[in-house]
Design a protein around this ligand. Sequence first.
Ligand code: GDP
Length: 140
Amino acid sequence: MAVEQTLSIIKPDATRRNITGAINARLEEAGLRIVAQKRIRLGRDQAEAFYDVHKERPFYDSLCEFMTSGPVVVQVLEAENAVALNREVMGATNPADAAPGTIRADLAESLEANSVHGSDSPDNAAREVAFFFSDEEIVG
Ligand code: GDP
């Protein structure tokens, strides 16, 4: 299995509760290396563009509102099989369905305010990493 990169976002519910370090510790303990990271405030246009794939979903407006409600930490994670590994560490979208010990099971507030984003495929990972980071910002 080749070394992969994936895009992670620590969402506003987590920055608000000051648990970005706790989340990073879980990522690192799982073997994911944080090879780029920045704390930013998403603009509405940026949030809408990032979640364009969900444009037709009933929760799109609310999701964009939530994602712009406070700072986020965007990060590039690197590991063998990083996309799937990060999804495993994150847990299911709905914290009520997430396996015990996952970030979402232990830390998420709700289905929407579920603390972390992670790319769901290598193709989306490449697109999402490029959405936030230039090559020079990623230091492996
Ligand atoms: P993910 O890949 O596990 O993040 O899940 P999705 O790509 O399906 O959804 C993107 C994000 O939209 C989720 O992480 C949640 O923050 C939010 N979301 C998903 N489903 C719902 C929903 O039914 N209602 C609301 N309010 N938000 C949702």
